[in-house]
Design a protein around this ligand. Structure first.
Ligand code: SF4
Length: 124
């Protein structure tokens, strides 16, 4: 195969990979945002705040899920709220109050870490 053909195929694959990197809509990700959780301790429970994909910029964004559009309840907030959650949640143990048994992880777990209460109102 000629070098130019290889170059073209390489470029086409690169463009194809870029177009595949598209975020999920809130609906597709089953994202939900309940106002009653704004005053909850974000270090405990399944919240975007302690998910590895959450980015605390411009009011809250996610690496996997679009911040625009309605959630599964039809609410349109145009952010990924720290007290929201979706089916793609992955815990970030640097933020989550880690209550796992050390025998589950094989690591030393500091169960006192992240006990300080942080709510949505603490973030701005
Ligand atoms: S729980 Fe879902 S929407 Fe929230 S930060 Fe994680 S992946 Fe994004």
């Amino acid at each position: 195969m000629s070098k130019i053909t290889d170059k073209i195929k390489e470029a086409v694959r690169a463009v194809d990979n870029l177009s595949k990197f598209k975020k999920f809509s809130k609906l597709k990700a089953s994202y939900v945002e309940y106002d009653k959780f704004t005053d909850s301790n974000l270090h405990e429970g399944y919240f975007c705040y302690n998910c590895i994909y959450w980015i605390n910029s411009s009011g809250g964004k996610c690496m996997l899920v679009e911040d625009s559009g309605p959630d599964v309840l039809g609410k349109v907030s145009d952010v990924i709220a720290p007290h929201g959650c979706c089916a793609g949640y992955e815990p970030n143990y640097d933020k989550l109050h880690d209550t796992r048994n050390p025998s589950e992880t094989g690591k030393t777990i500091d169960t006192e870490k992240n006990k300080e209460r942080i709510t949505t109102a603490d973030l701005s």
